[in-house]
Each structure stands twice: as structure tokens, then as C-alpha cells.
Design a protein around this ligand. Structure first.
Ligand code: CTP
Ligand code: MG
Length: 180
């Protein structure tokens, strides 16, 4: 029962987890804000680039489509009814994750935090809120079926743990400048 809830939570959120990590690897080039400032601070900063965002969304979308193709087999192997991903959800999960991350940088700059500064809580949950929010709008019925209250709770508890873990690993491998 608990294992089933956790399996569905991780499975359904995988297309939202991958974009941030791919953006770290693919990032660089022109920043989204084009260097513009607002109130004396960058609108978003150099850490949010078109390339990182585009590759992040593309990777999450590709993963969702791949998971959709194997949902039946993976589910019967695990003995869990794993959901497939309609195209609306396959797009909204990664796009929402990137949107949440960009929104967090906007808030970080408005509160005087430099690029790379930690914003505890926001850094760990920005992309979850973005992904769940956009998916609830774009794929309403699917969202309601998949993210039942226990699954939603599992996502909110597990995501910060997984996020901190992968970022520490990415930092130690030298892919990321800070461990958050
Ligand atoms: N990245 C990117 N585009 C994004 C998100 C991330 O190019 N939309 C890349 C950038 O190279 C960024 C790195 O991934 O520096 C790490 O991402 P993140 O920690 O989100 O950015 P920070 O550099 O820490 O900047 P911020 O303080 O705005 O979060
Ligand atoms: Mg950062």
C-alpha cells in the first residue's frame, strides 16, 4: 500500500524531476532575461537560460512519452497500476517544473539573493508547485485520477529528499556550483 503510493508518486513525477538536472548539464548561452534588470537587480539572472530551459522541457517530455509506452509492462512487473501520460500531462509536467524554477529565481532576485544563493524550501519545492499547478490546469482529469491525496502527500514529502540528494551528487561530481 505505502509502496504502491510511493511508486505512483515517483513514476508520475519523473518527467518533472528530470528537467532541472538536464538544465544544469545543458545550460549556458543567452539568459532568458537578456541581461535586463528590474529595481536594480537582474529580472532572473544568468542561471536561467533559453538552452537549459528548452533542453530540460524536451528531456522531460521525451521521458514522459517513453514511460507512457512502458507503463503497462512496468506496472505489471511491479504489481502496481502505473499511469500513462497523455500529451497534455507529458508537456505540462516538465514545462511547469521549469516555470516554477524560473519563478523562484524571479523571487530570489526580488529578495536580494544573488545567483546561486540558497532559498531554503523554495529551492526544493518550486518545481513541484510549478509542475503540479500547470498539470492541474492543463490535464485536469488525469491530475485528479493520478494525484489522489496520499500520492500528493508522498510527492510533497519525497521530492525535497530526492532533490537534495541528486543536487549533492551533482555538486560532488562537479556539474553544479552549489549543493542546492
Ligand atoms: N540552468 C539553465 N536554465 C534553467 C535552469 C538552470 O541554464 N532554466 C542551468 C544554469 O547553468 C544554472 C544551473 O543550471 O546555473 C543551476 O540551476 P539553478 O540552481 O536553478 O540556478 P542558479 O545558477 O543557482 O541560479 P538561481 O539563484 O537563479 O537559482
Ligand atoms: Mg541554484
Amino acid at each position: 500500500m505505502v509502496l504502491e503510493v510511493v511508486a505512483i508518486a515517483v513514476w508520475a513525477m519523473l518527467p518533472a524531476y528530470v528537467p532541472n538536472n538536464v538544465a544544469v548539464l545543458a545550460g549556458g548561452g543567452r539568459p532568458i532575461d537578456g541581461g535586463r534588470t528590474w529595481g536594480g537587480k537582474r529580472v532572473l539572472g544568468d542561471g536561467k537560460t533559453w538552452r537549459g530551459t528548452a533542453f530540460g522541457i524536451a528531456a522531460g517530455l521525451a521521458l514522459a512519452l517513453a514511460l507512457d509506452a512502458i507503463a503497462g509492462d512496468a506496472g505489471s512487473t511491479l504489481g502496481v497500476d502505473l499511469p500513462g501520460f497523455p500529451i497534455t500531462a507529458a508537456l505540462a509536467l516538465p514545462a511547469g517544473a521549469m516555470l516554477g524554477d524560473v519563478g523562484a529565481s524571479f523571487l530570489k532576485r526580488r529578495t536580494g539573493r544573488e545567483r546561486g544563493a540558497a532559498f531554503p524550501g523554495v529551492d526544493q519545492l518550486d518545481f513541484v508547485v510549478g509542475a503540479l499547478g500547470l498539470t492541474a490546469l492543463a490535464a485536469r482529469d488525469w491530475f485528479g485520477d493520478v494525484f489522489e491525496p496520499p500520492v500528493l502527500l508522498a510527492v510533497l514529502v519525497l521530492t525535497p529528499v530526492l532533490h537534495v540528494g541528486t543536487n549533492v551528487i551533482a555538486y560532488q561530481l562537479g556539474f553544479k556550483d552549489e549543493p542546492w
